[in-house]
Design a protein around this ligand. Structure first.
Ligand SMILES: [Zn+2]
Length: 259
């Protein structure tokens, strides 16, 4: 593997990916033979993070051979990671065509938001009923991170952070089944935003997360549920379903990231 190839390989990871202990997956394995080979979980995390940080785009092909070379592991391990990503709905596996990043349709996107609108208002209501369950400081800290990303124009971080905010609410509310469901729905939402949002700023309108945390802190259950419902409506209405799939040239450029 050349130095240039290793640099390209490193581009697949984000800071989160590196923090997850999968630095070895990012080409450092080849650079330092003593490093531990990445696990299937490391590879899953790296690809998932690359999706959330817009390094991999909807529709982009994920070649097993290229990924196996990139991570320095067997195709078997890559296949297992891709199968897990397919279970999460963010990768499509097609017979004889391999894997590609899922491209949510308008219909699927509307189904995702319909389901989120059933679940998340009750999450906000539950949290407000307990005035945040002692998690207000963490929620407010997260809001500051979102604002920093928004002000600095770090769109990829903003998409990731706004999605993480919704998961954080579910985690604080304490129902693990809701957390699992929302994790999958958030991933599909993220892909829909990548495909259909004109800009990442459309991901979650400014200040709506802060208003939600305010209602939760005030213990206003009705207001928290209403704000969440309105917020999800705003995110959906910010999508432009006339936007077509990524152009071929964009896909080819992105392919360099993983080869
Ligand atoms: Zn939001």
């Amino acid at each position: 593997m050349t130095v240039i190839e290793k640099r390209k390989l490193c581009a697949i990871g984000s800071p989160n990916c590196m923090q997850s202990g999968s630095a070895g997956a990012l080409g450092l394995t080849a650079a330092s033979p003593a490093a531990t080979p990445p696990t299937e979980g490391d590879i899953y995390t790296c690809i998932f993070t690359a999706l959330l940080s817009r390094r991999l785009q909807p529709g982009m092909r994920l070649g097993e051979d290229e990924l196996a070379t990139a991570f320095g592991v067997s195709r078997t391990k890559i296949r297992s990671a891709l199968a897990r990503l397919a279970q999460d709905g963010v990768v499509e596996l097609r017979r004889n065509q391999g894997a590609s990043v899922a491209q949510p349709s308008e219909e699927l996107t509307r189904h995702v938001f319909a389901l989120r609108s059933l679940v998340e208002p009750s999450v906000a209501r539950d949290l407000a009923g307990q005035r945040g369950r002692g998690s207000l400081a963490a929620l407010r800290r997260h809001l500051r991170l979102e604002n920093d990303a928004r002000k600095a124009g770090r769109d990829a971080d903003l998409v990731r952070l706004t999605g993480a905010f919704h998961l954080m609410l579910a985690e604080k509310a304490g129902n693990p089944l809701v957390v699992r469901l929302l994790r999958e729905l958030e991933a599909m939402t993220c892909l829909a935003i990548l495909r259909f949002a004109p800009t990442a700023v459309a991901a979650c309108p400014h200040n709506e997360h802060a208003a939600l945390v305010g209602a939760i802190a005030a213990g206003d259950q009705d207001q928290a549920a209403l704000l969440m419902r309105d917020h999800l409506d705003h995110v959906l209405s910010g999508l432009d379903f006339r936007i077509g799939p990524p152009s071929l040239s964009a896909a080819l450029d992105l392919a360099l990231v993983v080869t």
